[in-house]
Design a binder for this molecule. Structure first.
Ligand code: MLT
Length: 404
């Protein structure tokens, strides 16, 4: 009789955003006349920018002709995109990253879930708490978590680094040494950031103890303050301790298009073994390359018109962030984030449980958010709203919350 991977049985029944979608669908079925405003999952709402649409059309036309048709893409990414990324995202910013250290993929969610595969089963992971659930869930699937304590909602082998208002959402170095450290900056879900010197501290720490930082920079396009790094490779020594994951989802609206990339510097080694080679081996074996059409669309994000259009989209969402942040503060909520990230993190009123507040907001204001406790134990008593709605819906949601 076959056996299943029992690690999967340790996971919560469904992924956080699937649970929310189910709850909202049930509410909608019971109240079909209600107009629900969704500020829950961080999914974009603005259409793809014209420069991207043009690139897509052009690439589709190329696929219609025998002489320009493309089959399998190079599994690590087309040179035109890897070279563009190396220059635009790194070299032009003074970071030393070469094209062959960049691995193009179908998105940051896949990469941040898959990256743990190249590390030993014995590795101990450290995560910020609250945390993007993918980091922990994929390590649970790989059996890297020990036993679960339902009371604290923690895994015995995972090191949780609380990030709350009390420590200004800056994690402290853990007392036990981790092997892998997941950092998401600007942060999902709290919308807060680390300064360049704080991140430098983490790079120094990782180099000192021999750990690898898995640095998720999916929200870097939303940075507005000078002192916040756009890449971990802005820090001295990051090439020997950090892997960086990037996404086209939030800066270019590719949530439904799917494109991302991961940077694994060649200096990052375990003894003589290069992680760059391991990831290339993994990628080449399990992935057949992001589609040509989509990689051309990705390239268009870096064209002069593309840059202007994407900046306008990011500004659009950040105006929503401002509306939410100021609107909630005016109602007396304690609010965080929303300055360098499209997420606003708030304390629930009167210490209300995060899921109770979710139900309350859904039933009384018909506004959907994300309960902080869904992101980890330190998210209890917090709640997340996204800035990815339309201006109209964002304003309407704030008005409804004000009227509660
Ligand atoms: C979120 O809402 O946290 C994100 O949209 C999830 C993701 O990017 O996968």
């Amino acid at each position: 009789m076959f056996k299943v991977n029992e690690n999967y049985l340790k996971l919560p029944g469904s992924y956080l955003f699937s649970t929310i979608a189910r709850k909202v669908a049930a509410y909608k079925e019971a109240h079909p006349d209600k107009e629900i405003i969704r500020l829950g999952i961080g999914d974009v709402t603005q259409p793809l920018a014209p420069a991207i649409i043009d690139a897509l059309h052009k690439a589709v036309d190329e696929m219609a002709l025998a002489e320009s048709f493309r089959g399998y893409a190079p599994d690590l990414g087309y040179d035109f995109l890897r070279n563009t990324i190396a220059w635009e995202d790194y070299e032009a910013r003074g970071c030393q990253i070469a094209a062959d250290e960049i691995f193009v993929s179908d998105g940051a969610k896949s990469d941040s879930g898959n990256i743990q595969e190249i590390f030993s089963e014995d590795c101990r992971i450290a995560v910020c708490d609250p945390v993007y659930p993918v980091y922990v869930d994929t390590n649970v699937m790989a059996g890297r978590t020990g036993t679960y304590d339902p009371a604290s909602e923690t895994w015995s082998r995972v090191i949780y680094m609380p990030c709350t208002a009390e420590n200004d959402f800056v994690p402290a170095f853990p007392s036990e040494n981790p092997d892998l450290i997941y950092l998401c900056v600007p942060n999902n879900p709290t919308g807060t950031t680390l300064t360049r010197s704080q991140l430098q501290g983490w790079v120094d720490y990782a180099n000192r103890i021999g750990a690898v930082i898995i640095y998720d920079a999916a929200y870097e396009a939303y940075i507005t303050e000078d002192d916040v790094p756009h890449s971990i490779y802005e820090c001295q020594g990051a090439r020997t301790c950090a892997i960086e994951i990037r996404s086209f989802s939030k800066n270019a609206g590719f949530t439904g298009v799917r494109l991302g990339f991961t940077v694994v510097p060649k200096d990052l080694k375990a003894g003589e073994v290069s992680l760059n080679s391991l990831w290339a081996r993994r990628h080449g074996t399990k992935f057949n390359g992001a589609p040509y059409i989509i990689q051309r669309a990705g390239e268009a994000c870096y064209s002069p018109e593309g840059k202007v259009q994407l900046k306008a989209q990011v500004d659009y969402y950040m105006e929503n962030a401002r509306i939410i942040k100021e609107g909630l503060a005016a109602c007396g909520y304690e609010v965080f984030g929303g300055v360098n990230a499209p997420y606003i993190w708030l304390k629930t009123p009167e210490g209300m449980d995060s899921w109770d507040f979710f139900d309350y907001l859904l039933s009384e204001a018909n506004v959907v958010g994300t309960p902080g406790s869904g992101f980890g134990p330190s998210g209890r008593g917090y709640f997340r709203l996204t800035a990815f709605g339309s201006h109209e819906n964002t304003k309407k949601a704030m008005e409804r919350i004000r009227n509660l």
